[in-house]
Design a protein around this ligand. Structure first.
Ligand SMILES: Cc1cc2nc3c(=O)[nH]c(=O)nc-3n(C[C@H](O)[C@H](O)[C@H](O)COP(=O)(O)OP(=O)(O)OC[C@H]3O[C@@H](n4cnc5c(N)ncnc54)[C@H](O)[C@@H]3O)c2cc1C
Ligand SMILES: NC(=O)c1ccc[n+]([C@@H]2O[C@H](COP(=O)([O-])OP(=O)(O)OC[C@H]3O[C@@H](n4cnc5c(N)ncnc54)[C@H](O)[C@@H]3O)[C@@H](O)[C@H]2O)c1
Length: 470
């Protein structure tokens, strides 16, 4: 077997591995990148990109279907295969950016094979033994397949096969009402599929219930059936007629999508040989993302924390400091946002109201502003929405937004939380009129209004000054 030495060996060329490889090689390190399947990982091939591309096609169908503003609604003529062709075209357009050619052009040695540790300092991939000063496990995650009796006896879809469909499903059952389940429910219902979501708990249960309701009400109004408190206990049937049994009754559809979470992709790595310990969530790491083997780090979904592309990229930025420069660094989570790209969108940073109340008690103030008070939202018919800002000692600690463009609107708050800014900084901002972005400033205004307008001292001072002014 050929042998090579390198500074850094990264296993997995997804969101985390690619960011790290590009950064490390351009800063002068010798980098080997090992990828066993498709460059770009889950996000490009089976996750963010295809799901957002399908949602875009679905939004187009919905715009036509709803009409409005004096434009007559029309039943959309949906070509499901063409919508999926748009999905593939979005992937193909981005793929060169994540390609072997681009990374080899940057100076990265790319090995297209599965990597497997031989011992605590060596990994084998594609018949080569790589001895590296540091390793980074960036192998991501795969769909969790729950032990529901009968599931292994029926054909089912996951995010890895859903985008291969070319014929529109007649009735899509989705087990799991998390972000994957709800995004794909709306995409499919808008493209003309009958959809039923089967959720064991509350749909979108990680989000503030008041804001999740805004999204769920819209989905229900568009025709998505959402059974909550309906844990799937048995699956049976065959292609075209699949039945899911739950405590709330049984549901039969033509297709089944399983979207009940993720499991870390660590099984091919032979981690025991490298003395790298794991938990059910992923590689066991400290705040510095270092594993139980001090030469080995883990980033992204494999590190067992938040599972988002921007987190994988952020992790890459954290580990590059100790790996390349020997400097300390640790990962934080308080400033990490998340967005579910339903229409309306659901965005969150920091704790929800309930989480913040549990943590801060009476010190917490919650400022609210409804989209129905925003002129642009009224002009464009997008008044279903609400922003809540959780404030402690004059600083925002959490923000929840449900509404049009919530993912864009959370931007200024990500800046505020990352830099520990105060509500005054947000209130000082002048937002262009008329924009949806004014909801951010109005929420800051809602925080200051009672302090300014309902404060007897302010009134007294104004009266005195008015008497004294010439
Ligand atoms: C349907 C869906 C929609 C999503 N939408 C969003 C979104 O809108 N926004 C967002 O932020 N996140 C989204 N996510 C989550 C996001 O895709 C992941 O958090 C992100 O891809 C994680 O990046 P990663 O680098 O950790 O892993 P990945 O991108 O999964 O990359 C891991 C790579 O490692 C490779 N690999 C695994 N084992 C080995 C091995 N032994 N040897 C060599 N290679 C190996 C895999 O083949 C893969 O290419 C979505 C996920 C799904 C499933
Ligand atoms: N927009 C985004 O950023 C985005 C989009 C999709 C996915 N993702 C990432 O992917 C991760 C996985 O998403 P997900 O939606 O698969 O998982 P999830 O864990 O967020 O939601 C899964 C849901 O399935 C339910 N469930 C589990 N077992 C069940 C059963 N037997 N019967 C009925 N319901 C059951 C759970 O109660 C839960 O609500 C997310 O947490 C997120 O990190 C992000």
């Amino acid at each position: 077997m050929a042998r090579m030495k390198t500074d850094l060996c990264i296993i997995g060329a997804g969101s985390g591995g690619l960011s790290l490889a590009a950064g490390a090689v351009q800063m002068g390190a010798r980098v080997v990148l090992v990828e066993g399947h498709r460059m770009g990982g889950d996000c490009l091939n089976y996750g963010c990109v295809p799901s957002k591309a399908l949602l875009a096609a679905a939004k187009q169908a919905q715009t036509v279907r709803e009409g409005g503003f004096g434009i007559a609604p029309v039943v959309p003529q949906v070509d499901y295969a063409a919508a999926m062709a748009h999905v593939q075209s979005a992937i193909a357009t981005i793929a060169p950016h994540d390609s072997v050619e681009r990374f080899e052009g940057l100076g990265v040695r790319v090995i297209q094979a599965w990597g497997r540790f031989l011992n605590d300092r060596e990994l084998e991939a594609g018949g080569e033994v790589i001895r590296a000063r540091r390793f980074v496990i960036a192998t991501g995650s795969r769909p969790l397949l729950p032990p529901i009796p009968g599931l292994d006896q029926v054909p089912y879809l996951t995010n890895e096969t859903l985008f291969d469909l070319r014929e529109r499903p007649g009735h899509l059952l989705i087990i799991g009402g998390g972000p994957i389940g709800m995004e794909m429910a709306q995409a499919n219902v808008r493209l003309g599929t009958k959809v039923t979501v089967i959720e064991g708990d509350r749909a979108l249960n990680r989000d503030d219930p008041e804001l999740a309701k805004i999204v769920l009400d819209r989905l229900r109004a568009e025709g998505v059936g959402i059974a909550e408190g309906a844990q799937a206990t048995r699956v049976s049937g065959k292609a075209g007629a699949i039945t899911v049994e739950t405590g709330q009754g049984s549901f039969t559809g033509t297709h089944l999508l399983v979207a009940v979470g993720r499991t870390p992709a660590l099984d091919r790595l032979n981690l025991a040989a490298a003395c790298v310990e794991t938990t059910r969530a992923g590689v066991k790491v400290g705040p510095d993302l270092r594993s139980t083997n001090r030469r080995v780090y883990a980033i992204g979904d494999a590190a067992g924390g938040l599972q988002f592309t921007h987190v994988a990229g952020y992790h890459a930025g954290v580990v590059i400091r100790p790996i390349l420069l020997g400097l300390p660094a640790s990962a934080r989570t308080a400033h990490i946002p998340r967005v579910t790209y339903t229409d309306p969108e659901l965005a969150q940073i920091g704790p929800t109201e309930a989480e913040a109340r549990a943590e801060h008690g009476a010190r917490l103030s919650v400022a609210r502003f409804a989209f129905s008070g925003n002129d642009r939202a009224i002009a464009t018919g997008q008044t279903d929405g609400l922003i809540k800002v959780m404030v402690v000692k004059g600083r925002p600690v959490g923000v929840s937004i449900a509404g049009a463009e919530a993912g864009e609107l959370i931007g200024p708050w990500t800046l505020a939380l990352a830099n520990n800014l105060k509500m005054t900084h947000v209130a000082n901002m002048v937002a262009p009129y008329p924009t949806l972005g004014e909801v951010n400033k109005r929420a800051a205004g809602a925080y200051f209004s009672p302090r300014l307008f309902e404060n007897p001292w302010v009134k007294r001072v104004v009266r005195v000054v008015q008497r004294l002014l010439p």
